[in-house]
Ligand binder design. Structure first.
Ligand SMILES: *Cc1c(COP(=O)(O)O)cnc(C)c1O
Length: 439
């Protein structure tokens, strides 16, 4: 009897343990964007095709004249599978939107013809003339120019730039009644500092701001909306596309946010017209299913290269390294299946050394390309100070930690890891030889 009881209770205990394990697995899975993508509604092709059809119509006919009136009053819309005109909702673009909404954990999403148009139309939707934005002082150069030069000139919308790691400074910059948006990038460009999205979202919520996060560097790896952000914007031209061939953007947010942007009288997507072409949406929809696999491999390569470059004595900035100031923060907010991202920086201190290394890497050993942009299967590298961050003044560059010799690398996954590493080592050796020779 007693043995039996013992056995039974042991079984019960192990069953409990197994079920707890299963529960924790389920809980973990809910944080994995892949699980949400696996569950997302799939659009099928018109004739039963496994891919969605391209709805390449600019306009849509109705069967009954009355339907047209209802579409224009908003009684019938995309949610009821009624479409008016493709500058407004288009079914194929909406299909890609559904995938990106599932990935980011937002109610809705819609796609634009570029990342910068996603950003500009979100900001113009949320902030009116005379309004104010608080933004991170390290932003993609185009966004910085939009906030710093373009919006003040065209709309009287002003921005205070702060170090978003300093939460007291963020709060101090908020002007009650005037500040509408808190804007930052998940991982800043190019210095790779990580935003504390949960804490910043709390500040935004408390102050009644809309928190808008540019998640271009870290799709799948970080899910800003699941951490409290209101709107997530993407340059789809980068990792999500993955092939360096399409310029595209996306806005992920609530139904009311997306619908307000399509409003016939006041919507920036409707009235400034940056909507995506359905042919581009179709191509991009076929790349989302392997985005997770690609992000994992970008991350594996970047971490390994970062470690090895550091061993060579180089100054490496990579949030996957324990010496990065935001390493623990990134660990605590990321979706752990995807590593630490594919972006890293190498500080060669002078522009001359940075250019020398990039020259060898591209032209002598074929490690990668000297090009801006990111998220490609080949490694892309650029000297940030004179390229993607050239919109910043020298002072602003110094303030945001952009040294003149900073090389930003988007680590690719083509070739084998060892082959690519040998190419890097060779190029570095050539640079050092060249230097000895010159001096
Ligand atoms: C490239 C980029 C943008 C702009 O996107 P486009 O698709 O080029 O318009 C915005 N934010 C970040 C972080 C980017 O890297």
């Amino acid at each position: 009897m007693s043995t039996n009881k013992c056995v039974r209770s042991a079984t019960v205990a192990s069953l409990r343990e197994a079920s707890a394990k299963r529960l924790s697995l389920m809980a973990d899975d809910e944080h994995d964007p892949e699980v949400h993508l696996g569950r997302a509604r799939h659009e099928f092709g018109e004739h039963g095709g496994i891919n969605m059809s391209i709805e390449a119509s600019a306009t849509f006919h109705v069967m009954e004249p009355e339907t047209m009136r209802k579409m224009f009053t908003g009684e019938l819309g995309a949610a009821q599978d009624h479409y008016i005109y493709s500058r407004h909702f288009n079914p194929t673009v909406l299909g890609l939107g559904h995938l990106l909404a599932a990935m980011e954990g937002t109610e809705s999403a819609y796609c634009t013809s570029s990342g910068i148009s996603a950003i500009s139309s979100v900001l113009l939707q949320l902030v009116s003339t005379g309004g104010h934005i608080v933004a991170c002082n390290t932003l993609y150069g185009g966004t910085h120019a939009l906030l710093c030069d373009f919006l003040p000139r065209t709309s009287g919308i002003t921005t205070t730039f702060v170090d978003i790691r300093d939460h007291a400074a963020v709060e101090a910059a908020i002007v009650e009644g005037k500040t509408k948006v808190l804007y930052f990038e998940t991982m800043s460009n190019p210095t790779l500092t990580v935003a504390d999205i949960p804490a910043l979202s709390k500040i935004g919520k408390r102050k009644g701001l809309t928190v808008v996060v540019d998640n271009t560097f870290t799709p799948m790896l970080i899910s800003p909306a699941r951490l409290g952000a209101d709107v997530v914007v993407h340059s789809v031209s980068k990792f999500i596309s993955g092939a360096g061939d399409i310029i595209a953007g996306a806005i992920c947010g609530s139904n009311s946010m997306i619908n307000s942007m399509m409003d016939l009288h006041n919507g920036t997507m409707m009235l400034l017209g940056p909507t995506m072409n359905p042919k581009a949406a179709f191509e991009l929809s076929e790349r989302v299913p392997h985005l997770g696999l690609r992000m994992k491999e970008h991350g594996v390569r970047a971490l390994e290269f970062a470690k090895r470059m550091k061993k060579l004595g180089l100054k490496v900035i990579y949030p996957g390294l324990e010496d990065h100031p935001d390493h623990l923060l990134l660990k605590s907010i990321r979706n752990p299946q995807y590593g630490f991202g594919g972006m890293m920086c190498l500080d060669m201190e002078t522009e001359e050394m940075a250019n020398g290394l990039m020259y060898q890497l591209q032209n002598a050993t074929h490690f990668g390309f000297m090009a801006v942009s990111l998220g490609y299967y080949e490694t892309l590298m650029s000297c940030s100070g004179n390229s993607t961050s050239s919109e910043l003044t020298d002072e602003e560059k110094a303030e945001s930690g952009i040294s003149p010799g900073l090389i930003r690398m988007s680590v690719g996954y083509n070739g084998t890891l060892e082959q690519k590493w040998a190419q890097f080592e060779n190029a570095y050796a050539k640079l050092q030889d060249g230097h000895k020779f010159h001096h």
